[in-house]
Design a protein around this ligand. Structure first.
Ligand SMILES: *[C@@H]1O[C@H](CO)[C@@H](O)[C@H](O)[C@H]1NC(C)=O
Length: 254
C-alpha cells in the first residue's frame, strides 16, 4: 500500500522569499562563533557555532542578506496529484515555518577543503507550517476538498542535512559555493489542521481532520518529498548567501 508517488517528485517550489540585493563582501557579525580550521575537535566546535548562527539568524541578518529564519517564509509549495492511496493536489501559499531556531545540532562534520557539511539536527520544540492551502482529491478512498488556513506541526522532529560545496576564488579571495543541499526530515508525529474543508461544513471537516491525523504516516509520505525539496532549496539559498559574502578566512580562523 505504501508507495512513494511519482507526482510528489515533480513537486515544485515556486519561489523563495529572501532579500536579493547584490552580494558584497561582508564579515560574519561579531555575535557569531568562529572555529579554528585546524581544531582536532572541529565537529564539536561547529555544532556550537551552527547553533549560535541559527539563533542569530532567527531575526535575520541584513548584512549577510538573510531574512529571518524563525519564522521562515516560503511563498509557495505544491504537490501534484498521484495515483496512490493519497491522491491529492495540494497547494500551499504564504507559508511561515515556526520553530527552526530551537535546533540542537546532534552531529556535525565539516570538510575544510570543500566547505561541505553533514549534520543531524533535533528540534526539541514543535516545528509548525502555517499558511493557506487548497486541496482536492482523495485520501484513502475518501474525497477531500477545501481551501483556507492550515497548520501542519511536526513533533519530535529530527533532520539530516548533506551540504555539498566547493571553494571558489573571487577577486583574489576564497569563498564557498553550495552545489547541493540534501535535506530529509524524520518526525515522530505530524499534526494537521485544515480549516474550512468542504466549504466550511464543520462536521465533515472535523471528521476529515481526525481521519487525516489518524493516518498521518500515509499523508506524510505524500507531503515529504515536496517539503524536503522546499526546505533544502531554501536552506541552500541561505547558506549560499553567507558563503558568497563571507570569505573563507573570515568563516574559519586559521
Ligand atoms: C498548530 O498546531 C499545534 C499542534 O496541534 C498547536 O500546538 C499549535 O498551537 C498550533 N498553532 C497555531 C498557530 O494554531
Amino acid at each position: 500500500m505504501a508507495c512513494r508517488l511519482p507526482s510528489a517528485a515533480a513537486a515544485v517550489l515556486a519561489a523563495v522569499a529572501l532579500l536579493s540585493h547584490l552580494a558584497t563582501a561582508a564579515k560574519l557579525p561579531a555575535s557569531f562563533k568562529r572555529c579554528k580550521a585546524g581544531d582536532p575537535q572541529l565537529g564539536g566546535c561547529m555544532k556550537e557555532a551552527i547553533k549560535v548562527a541559527l539563533g542569530e539568524l532567527a531575526k535575520g541578518a541584513p548584512s549577510l542578506g538573510v531574512l529571518p529564519i524563525d519564522p521562515l517564509a516560503i511563498s509557495a509549495l505544491s504537490i501534484g496529484r498521484g495515483s496512490g492511496p493519497v491522491d491529492v493536489s495540494l497547494d500551499f501559499k504564504d507559508l511561515t515555518i515556526h520553530g527552526l531556531s530551537s535546533a540542537v545540532i546532534e552531529t556535525a562534520s565539516f570538510d575544510t577543503k570543500t566547505l561541505s557539511l553533514d549534520m543531524q539536527t533535533r528540534f526539541p520544540g514543535p516545528v509548525s507550517l502555517l499558511g493557506q492551502y487548497r486541496i482536492d482529491g482523495k485520501v484513502l478512498v475518501l474525497p477531500i476538498t477545501g481551501e483556507g488556513r492550515c497548520n501542519l506541526t511536526f513533533a519530535d522532529l529530527t533532520t539530516t542535512a548533506k551540504i555539498r560545496a566547493e571553494k571558489v576564488v573571487k577577486d583574489g579571495q576564497t569563498y564557498g559555493r553550495v552545489l547541493s543541499f540534501g535535506f530529509s526530515l524524520q518526525p515522530q508525529r505530524l499534526h494537521m489542521d485544515f480549516e474550512n474543508l468542504f466549504n466550511g461544513d464543520k462536521a465533515l471537516g472535523d471528521n476529515m481532520n481526525k481521519f487525516l491525523n489518524e493516518n498521518w504516516q500515509e499523508i506524510l509520505k505524500e507531503l515529504q518529498p515536496a517539503v524536503e525539496e522546499a526546505f533544502g532549496a531554501t536552506f541552500k539559498e541561505i547558506v549560499n548567501r553567507i558563503y558568497q559574502r563571507v570569505p573563507y578566512k573570515d568563516l574559519l580562523l586559521e
